[in-house]
Design a protein around this ligand. Sequence first.
Ligand code: PAF
Length: 289
Amino acid sequence: METETKTLQEVSSISEMKEVALSFRKKSLTIGFVPTMGCLHEGHLTLVKQSLETCDRTVVSIFVNPVQFGPDEDLSTYPRQLQSDIEKLEAVGVDVLFHPTKEEMYPAGHKTYVQVQDITEHLCGTSRPDLFTGVSTVVLKLFNIIQPHNAYFGEKDWQQLAVIETLIQDLNLDVVLIRVPIVREIDGLAMSSRNRYLSDQERQTALFLSRSLQQARDNIRQGTTSAKVIRNSIRQCLLEKGGVEIDYISICDPKNFKEKEQVCGRTLIALAVKVGTSRLIDNCIIEEF
Ligand code: PAF
């Protein structure tokens, strides 16, 4: 890997981004890519640092993708703070920031959407039917524009990761997906741009996501295998404090997301809840035992 002093190159047009990517490729420089919707936190920066350590050039995209939000979701209020994001990217030494406008990414007449089937019909896909088509479409567009060798995604969005893995495999894309474990606050809260919406009291309530997962892990370690029993204990833990609306508690296969009756083999425990106006997700993997 090359070492040199870098300045962050800001690009907002697709044609310029393609030229930059091509110039890297012509010099045989490897491109690491971190797609984001901005409002960067330590979770994003962990992905960025992995790319910086492994690839010659790192490109970060900031684009609040309208097509992955449903009509009643938080597109208009999604936190945006480009200037402080730029400072964070400069501080860690990112090479290129791609931040296109909505019109650049979806000009009038855009008609093509990408749909990964089956695995998108569970968990978040049930309550957010537009989510994964929007994510797959924008990620494929970004891969085509940025031409990365590696792309970095966090395991907090476990199902999103599975969808992108499937997209890469099914459409024969030459991108290596790198999974990065969940980054948590010191008190266990999984990092998320949406944590900013939480009041102090809601933040205390939100801690019950990671606590309920920890409790489930403890129960399993002590011999409980019934998914129904584990789901009920998670539900009780989440509802203990009030102010929580549960979307789903899933105990499922981590690849196809089919619900399990017993925790046996590798198992994903995934949660989505609403605390105040914020929809939060968290998960953990129970390794085969
Ligand atoms: O995980 C996200 O932030 C978004 O879903 C992504 C991958 C940047 C696509 O808009």
